[in-house]
Write a protein that binds this ligand. Structure first.
Ligand code: URA
Length: 210
């Protein structure tokens, strides 16, 4: 693990990621695998979320048990590809709130341009998990986190499926306080801002748009 980078090397995660990388994987299986992988990643990224104690009755007696206050957790999806991870995470933390940031990559400059921003209220009371499958140049992730920091949430984590040394470096330079959770750090970024060996355009592959 590099400083503040958590590579989730569980065999189930690695196996599913390998299947997703295969260019022969159909849109249907790509989406299903992303969904399953996201559930597994949710398990890691929520490992230290705050818990609270509540009193309940088991069939046997009164008991004080621990629960997550899902409402305090916000998943922020970077549109459009973040949707794929969001769905899987919500299936294991259904009480979480959801925010969306619409950013597209200017194809010439590769910089992030914001076109949508909608968050739950009272962000200062919430822990944020930002999701986007590919941390490539880092421009979108950096812009998203910058924008979120204006709302002063209690904490911010970033979850992606894949990244590369360039993306990690850029993100850590701009936001060293934000831990990155990923299934793999690939070899490099190409001149068009794609990760190698990577898995291609995550949005196109999950939505079948190419
Ligand atoms: N976005 C993608 O979808 N794929 C990459 O390889 C890089 C950015």
């Amino acid at each position: 693990m590099q400083n503040n980078v958590h590579v989730i090397d569980h065999p189930l995660v690695q196996h599913k990621l390998s299947l997703m990388r295969n260019k022969e994987a159909s849109t249907n299986s790509f989406r299903r695998l992303l969904n399953e992988l996201s559930m597994l990643m949710a398990y890691e990224v929520t490992r230290d979320v705050p818990m609270q104690e509540v009193d309940i009755e088991t069939p046997m007696e009164q008991a004080r048990v621990k629960v997550i206050d899902g409402k305090k957790l916000v998943f922020v999806s970077i549109l459009r590809a973040g949707t794929g991870i969001l769905d899987g995470m919500l299936s294991v933390v259904p009480g979480a709130r959801v925010g969306h940031i619409g950013l597209y990559r200017d194809p010439k400059t590769l910089t992030a341009v914001e076109y949508y921003f909608k968050m739950p209220e009272k962000m200062a009371e919430r822990d944020v998990i930002v999701v986007d499958p590919m941390l490539a140049t880092g421009n979108s992730a950096i812009a998203a986190v910058e924008r979120l920091k204006e709302l002063s949430p209690k904490s911010i984590k970033f979850v992606c499926l894949l990244t590369c040394p360039e993306g990690v470096r850029a993100m850590q330079q701009s936001h060293p306080d934000v831990p990155i959770y990923t299934a793999a750090i690939d070899r490099e970024l190409n001149d068009h801002g794609y990760i190698l060996p990577g898995l291609g355009d995550a949005g196109d592959r999950m939505f079948g748009t190419k």
